[in-house]
Design a binder for this molecule. Structure first.
Ligand code: PMP
Length: 316
C-alpha cells in the first residue's frame, strides 16, 4: 500500500511506521472494532474535500454505540483530526480509514473493561473494483455464503469482526474467477456486495433492496438514490429475488471504495447488452460530478480541508 507520512492515534499525530499496537489488543482477537471508509477528492469547486464527512462520522458513532463502545472523542474532534491529517499528509485526494477498537488491557470475551482506542489513517487508493471495472463493468457471482443475519449480528453496524462474512464471499468469488460476490440475505433475497450496495434497473425503473434486508445503510446508496430521483428516475426500495438479477436490464453497485461500478455479468448471464446501460451511465456521471465538486446542487455534501492544514506539511 501507499504509505503516507502520519497516522492519527488517540489524539496524536505519529509517523506512519510508528503506528503500532500490542499483540494482545482485544480487537485483534475478537473482532471488537468498528470503522469507516471515507474519501477525500480534489474537487474543482472547493479544493480537497471529504465527501459526506458528517454522515460517515455519525455512522461510526452509531456502529460503536451498538457494540457498547464509548468513543473518547467527540464527533467534531474526529472530523477536525481527519481534516488536519489530510493536510499534514499533503494529500489532495485519499481514502480515509477511521477505526475504533477495544485496545490492550484485558482478555476474554467480556470487553467492557478494555480501553476504546481510536486511529485515523489516510492513503492513496484508486477505485476498489478498478478503473476498467468502473468503465466497462465487472463480473459477479451469487455467493454460497449468506449475508450475516440480524439474528446473530448487527448488519447495520460497520464492525470489523463482521467482515469475515464479506471476506469468505470475496475469496470464493476470486477463486472461482469473478471480481465480486453478491450475497443474499437469510431469506434468500438479494442483499449486497462484499463492500457495496446494489441497484437493479428494469424497464427504466431503479430498484434496490430495503434497509430491512440486512444491508449496510450505505452513504453512497443514499447519495445515489437522491441523485437518481433528481434525474427523474423512479427508485423503489423493495426485496429483489435472485432471478431478477438475471432478468435485469442493468445492475450497478455503490460504495466509498468502489464508487459507482456497473455489473455486466452475474453467474455468467450477461446483464442487458453486457455493457453498462444508459441509466447506469447517467447516474454514474452525475454521481462523479458530485464527488469531484462539479455540481452546485450537491456542494453541501463536501467538507473542504482548510487550506491552513496544508501549510503544516512544510512546517512539520
Ligand atoms: N455494504 C457493505 C458491507 C460495505 O462494507 C460498504 C462499504 N462501507 C457498503 C455497503 C457501502 O457503504 P458506503 O456507501 O457508505 O461506503
Amino acid at each position: 500500500m501507499d504509505a503516507a507520512d502520519l497516522i492519527w492515534m488517540n489524539g496524536e499525530f505519529v509517523a506512519w511506521d510508528d503506528a503500532k499496537i500490542h499483540v494482545l489488543t482485544h480487537g485483534l482477537h475478537y473482532g471488537t472494532g468498528v470503522f469507516e471508509g471515507v474519501r477525500c477528492y480534489d474537487t474543482e469547486s472547493h479544493g480537497p474535500a471529504v465527501f459526506r464527512h458528517q454522515e460517515h462520522v455519525e455512522r461510526l458513532f452509531q456502529s460503536a454505540s451498538m457494540y457498547y463502545m464509548d468513543i473518547p472523542f467527540t464527533r467534531e474532534q474526529l472530523r477536525e483530526a481527519t481534516l488536519e491529517l489530510i493536510g499534514r499528509n499533503g494529500q489532495r485526494s485519499c481514502y480515509i480509514r477511521p477505526l475504533v477498537y477495544r485496545g490492550y488491557g484485558t482478555m476474554g470475551l467480556f470487553p467492557l473493561d478494555a480501553p476504546v482506542d481510536v486511529s485515523i489513517a489516510t492513503w492513496a487508493w484508486g477505485s476498489y473494483l478498478g478503473d476498467e471495472g468502473k468503465a466497462n463493468g465487472i463480473r459477479a457471482r451469487v455467493s454460497s455464503w449468506r449475508r450475516i443475519s440480524p439474528d446473530s449480528l448487527i448488519p447495520q453496524a460497520k464492525a470489523t469482526g463482521q467482515y469475515l462474512n464479506s471476506i469468505l464471499a470475496k475469496i470464493e468469488a476470486h477463486k472461482s474467477g469473478y471480481e465480486e460476490a453478491i450475497l443474499l440475505d437469510d431469506h434468500g433475497y438479494v442483499c449486497e456486495g462484499t463492500g457495496e450496495n446494489l441497484f437493479v434497473v428494469r424497464g427504466g425503473k431503479i430498484f434496490t433492496p430495503p434497509l430491512s434486508s440486512s444491508l449496510l445503510d450505505g452513504i453512497n446508496r443514499r447519495s445515489v438514490i437522491t441523485i437518481a430521483e433528481d434525474l427523474g428516475f423512479e427508485v423503489s426500495e423493495r426485496q429483489i429475488s435472485r432471478a431478477e438479477l438475471y432478468l435485469a436490464d442493468e445492475i450497478y453497485c455503490t460504495g466509498t471504495a468502489a464508487e459507482l461500478t456497473p455489473i455486466r455479468e452475474v453467474d455468467d448471464h450477461a446483464i442487458g447488452t453486457g455493457k453498462p446501460g444508459e441509466v447506469t451511465r447517467a447516474v454514474q456521471s452525475a454521481f462523479e460530478d458530485a464527488l469531484h465538486g462539479r455540481s452546485d446542487r450537491y456542494a453541501h455534501w463536501l467538507d473542504p480541508v482548510p487550506a491552513e492544514h496544508f501549510s503544516k506539511v512544510a512546517a512539520s
